[in-house]
Ligand binder design. Structure first.
Ligand SMILES: CC(C)(COP(=O)(O)OP(=O)(O)OC[C@H]1O[C@@H](n2cnc3c(N)ncnc32)[C@H](O)[C@@H]1OP(=O)(O)O)[C@@H](O)C(=O)NCCC(=O)NCCS
Length: 148
């Protein structure tokens, strides 16, 4: 299935700018690799990556991660639209529930249908990910959304 033209999948040359945007946004990058970007989407302005969001499929569950928008583009709906694009992709992939960890954006995701759950209640496949095991602090809030 092709990605919508406005939010394409990243290309090889996008790896460095994506990790730079994530790093500048305080999000983990240590477990990212080119193959891991297979279910990421970006928004560009010309050559510049102005927003990114990623999906890590784990069977019938998925990890929503790496949602970041360049500071000068925040508040324009980019993250909302990228998350919606990934939710649609997750549904196409047969994913029933999305999970995420966040330190800073609990209210953003709550307004988009995500609910808090105890980190211990996440499925085993999620707990095995680098985000859960190493990269996100214990204080990070775990959230889930059951997809329609
Ligand atoms: C969180 C983030 C992705 C939102 O991106 P954005 O493109 O500005 O979001 P949108 O324009 O789609 O949505 C804006 C709405 O979200 C709210 N919002 C934005 N950032 C928020 C945050 N950190 N916490 C709570 N609400 C937030 C805005 O107040 C606005 O609310 P409104 O719709 O009621 O007006 C962006 O602030 C960011 O890159 N933050 C740093 C990285 C991060 O924390 N990522 C999330 C964890 S994966």
């Amino acid at each position: 299935m092709n990605a919508p033209r406005e939010y394409p999948r990243p290309t090889v040359g996008d790896f460095a700018p994506i990790t730079a945007l994530l790093g500048a946004s305080g999000l983990p990058t240590a477990d990212l690799s080119l193959p891991a970007l297979a279910h990421f989407r970006v928004s560009r302005d010309g050559e510049r990556i102005v927003a990114v969001a990623g999906l890590q499929p784990l069977g019938s569950a998925g990890l929503l991660r790496s949602v970041a928008v360049a500071p000068d583009r925040r508040g324009t709906g980019l993250a909302t639209r990228l998350v919606a694009a990934l939710e649609a992709e997750a549904t196409r992939l047969g994913i029933h529930t999305l999970y995420l960890l966040t330190n800073t954006a609990e209210r953003f995701f709550a307004a988009r249908g995500y609910t808090v759950l105890p980190r211990a209640a996440a499925p085993a496949a999620l707990k095995e990910t680098a985000e859960f095991r190493q990269l996100c602090p214990d204080s990070a809030v775990c959230m889930q959304k059951v997809l329609a």
